[in-house]
Every structure is written in C-alpha cells, then in structure tokens.
Design a protein around this ligand. Structure first.
Ligand code: FAD
Length: 401
C-alpha cells in the first residue's frame, strides 16, 4: 500500500459529487481531522438528501424540496467544506494533480475522491408516445411528479404508469404509485419480482401483495411503443451502471466500476473512489468476486475506511482497511416489507426451505448459511438471521441468478 502524500495547508482534498458517498466521506474525514482543506465539486446544488427516500415519497405526498434534509450551506458550514456547485468535472490530470470543468476552470488537488455515482441504463424505447423517465436524483423525482400532475390536470385521472423492470426500484415505485391511486403495470422479461434477491415463494408473496394493491404484472415481455401508448408515463427501472467515463478517460483501472483496493485507492496515486461509481476489491467481500455494491451500507463502511486512510498522515491515526459486515437490504414495499441479504451474483448455493415460518436462508455449496430473506413479520427476526450466518445446514447446490 502506498502511503498518501502529505496534504499541505493550501491544496485541498477534492471530492467530486454530492451524493451519500461524497458527503459521507467528508463527514468521516472531519471526525478524524478538522483542518484538512476540503473542496467538494458537484454538478448539482449540493443539498443533502437520502436517495432511498425517492422511491417511497409519493405516498407521503412529498415534493423534491421536502426530501432535502440539510441544505448545502449548512453542510458546508458544519463540515468546513468549500462547495463548488453546478459544476461538472470533465477531465482529470493525475500528473499535474488537477481537475478541470467543461468551461475550463482548474482546481488542484492533494488527494482526489471520486464519488460520482451511477447512471440509469438507457431504456431503448425511441418511439414511445409518452414520457420515458427514470429516477436517480431529486431532479428526476421532480420530473416524475410533474409528469404525473400534468396527466391529472389534462385528464382528471391519476396517470397510468408503466414501470419497466421488476427489481428493487421498480417494485418500490410500483408500491408507492399504487398506494397513491395510480394504475400501475410492471413489465419484465423474467417471471417474478426481485428474482435475483428472493426465493420463489417470497417473490410470489411480493407479487401477490402488490397485485392486491392493483399492480398488474406482465411477465416474459419487454417494453414496447404499443405498450407504452396504453399508459401516460413510462418509468424505467432497468438498473444503474457506474459512471466510469471520467475515470476511464484518465486511464484508471475499471471493470464494471472504478476498481479500488481495501483503502479505496484507485490505480492512480492519491485518487480514491467510493459509492455507486466504485467496484470494491474481492478481499473485502469474503472471497466473492469484486463488484459494485450500490447500496447505502457499503458507502458508510467505505467512507470510514477512506477517511482513516486520508487522515492518517495528518492525524497520526492508523489506516483501517475496508471490511464489510453483512449488509442486509430493506426493501421499501410496505405492502410486504422485506429484509434481504442476497447471495453474491453467480455464487453456488441455494435457498433452503424455511427453518421457521417465512425465514429463508441461502446456503453455499458447502452448506454454510451466507444469506437470508425475511418477508413481512419475519423482518423482526433480523438479529437471529444475522447470528445464523456462517452456520452449516444440509443442502444441495444450484446457481444464484
Ligand atoms: C430510487 C432509489 C432507491 C434506493 N433505495 C435504496 C435503499 O432502500 N437502500 C439502499 O441501501 N440503497 C438504496 N438505493 C441506492 C443508494 O441510494 C445509492 O447506492 C447511493 O445513494 C449512491 O450514492 P453515491 O453518492 O455513490 O451516488 P449519487 O447519489 O449518484 O451521487 C453522485 C453525484 O455525483 C455527481 N456527479 C457525477 N459526475 C460528476 C462530475 N463529473 N462532476 C461533478 N459531479 C458529478 C452527480 O450529479 C451526483 O449528484 C436506492 C437508489 C435509488 C435510485
């Protein structure tokens, strides 16, 4: 591991982005070191909000502004950060240690943190007669609300929404929109919701719970212009892809995301990455393949490890390598809340018959419990499910999706 260069009193740590990853990194750094100069450059305005709230805010009647939990001025003052808003960085020079915006402004960095997130995978629906939206930020959420309201004003009816993709975000929006009284159809080439995360029976439970709210499922199909034409809005939820263009342009090592080691270092000296843009090292993941982890809990762990590394020359603290604890994901579908610790993609193993009502365990090829799915009331057994990880159960083998 290369020791980071000392930060002088003038050249700042520069953080790109203002999502959970960027702000968490700054917050953790400030816990360890108050005086390191920090600049945060973002193409947004820098307000702090919890992105997971986007997919259950409609039912609460919240507009985009109401989702801001801390305005940028407060964040900047509390964390002693110089914020450069509405600025997209278009180039990095790792030799000169500078970043540059599209309009030619240049900022020097002592260390650079990429927290630039992921972008929605574009949905190919060129002939759609209705708006095709995806929600990955406050502005997108505002646009969705606007499209829904425009239909309501035009027709006097709740907008009919076609959701493309029955994954986590598609299911959460289906629940949220249906509760608000929108006719919702979900189309997916697969055969069940959250197929990559849940055993068949739990998927079926979720499908039934959302159907009871009026959600219609169209399995084994993809979105088409004629299908879109039966709706007022198309909401694409086919996934996000780490935004690696900036990193690739300067020759950083990337696969699906920007590759980082257990100190969040990229392949360039003094350049770090975390959050949805990053692909975490395999040794941090109990031997499973290196991969992006586009969730909140990994960001919290990564921000701590990053801050420890950034601060250790200044504060004399020891750098602590990134170690992920088991990180269950709460699926925000109030019709059937779920808590899931899914198997790694492609891992060998299988879901076991419930050991207690509604408690599903996933065991690897050696019969070791590595994951779980807890639907409905079983979410209360979280602590027990976590404690059972690593225990052996009799099992057969199949491949995870
Ligand atoms: C609808 C929805 C619901 C979710 N629900 C959950 C949940 O329940 N639980 C969970 O664990 N996770 C959930 N997630 C995932 C979680 O929210 C993300 O993993 C996390 O917010 C990613 O944070 P980030 O800071 O890495 O990326 P982002 O939030 O995408 O932030 C990146 C920022 O960088 C800016 N930026 C990008 N490029 C540049 C550039 N070149 N120059 C300047 N600025 C730039 C972007 O504008 C953006 O503001 C959800 C995600 C979505 C979309």
């Amino acid at each position: 591991m290369a020791a980071p260069a000392a930060v002088d009193a003038i050249t700042p740590v520069v953080v790109l982005g203002s999502g959970l990853a960027a702000w968490s990194a700054v917050r953790e750094l400030r816990r360890l070191h108050r005086s390191t100069p920090v600049s945060l450059i973002t193409e947004r305005n820098g307000d702090f909000y919890a992105k997971p709230a986007l997919s259950n805010a409609l039912a609460q009647g919240k507009g985009a502004d109401q989702l801001v939990t801390t305005p940028v001025a407060t964040m900047a003052a509390q964390l002693a950060v110089d914020v450069v808003p509405h600025t997209r960085i278009s180039a990095i020079d790792t030799a000169a240690r500078t970043v540059q915006s599209a309009d030619g402004r240049v900022w020097p960095y002592a260390r650079l943190v990429l927290a630039t997130g992921a972008l929605p995978i574009p949905l190919a629906l060129p002939d759609s007669p209705v708006p095709v939206l995806s929600v990955n930020g406050l502005e997108d959420y505002a646009a969705l609300r606007q499209a829904l309201e425009a239909t309501q004003q035009r027709t006097g009816q709740r907008a009919r929404v076609l959701i493309v993709g029955a994954g986590l975000i598609g299911c959460e929006f289906a629940n949220d929109l249906a509760v608000k009284g929108h006719p919702v159809t979900v189309v997916d080439p697969g055969q069940r919701p959250l197929a990559a995360l849940l055993p068949l029976a739990a998927s079926q439970q979720l499908a039934d719970a959302l159907a009871a709210l009026g959600v219609q499922w169209l399995w084994g199909q993809t979105a088409s212009a004629p299908l879109a034409a039966e709706h007022d809005v198309v909401l694409s939820a086919i996934g996000l892809r780490p935004d690696v263009a900036l990193a690739q342009a300067v020759g950083l090592r990337t696969e699906r995301g920007v590759l980082v080691n257990e100190h969040l270092q990229t392949s360039a000296p003094d350049v770090y990455a975390l959050g949805d843009v990053a692909q975490y090292a395999s040794e941090s993941l109990d031997g499973t393949a290196s991969r992006p982890l586009p969730y909140v809990m990994p960001i919290m762990a990564a921000a701590k490890a990053l801050a420890a590394h950034l601060a250790f020359t200044e504060a004399g603290s020891a750098p602590t390598p990134l170690r992920f604890a088991p990180m269950p994901v709460a699926v925000k579908t109030p019709a059937l809340p779920l808590l899931v610790l899914p198997p790694a993609p492609g891992a060998l193993g299988q879901w076991q018959a419930p050991s207690a009502p509604g408690v599903w365990q996933w065991a690897d090829a050696q019969g070791t419990v590595r994951g779980f799915a807890l639907p409905g009331a079983a979410t209360a057994t979280r602590a027990k499910a976590l404690a059972a990880l690593g225990q052996r159960v009799p099992t057969g083998v199949e491949q995870a999706p």
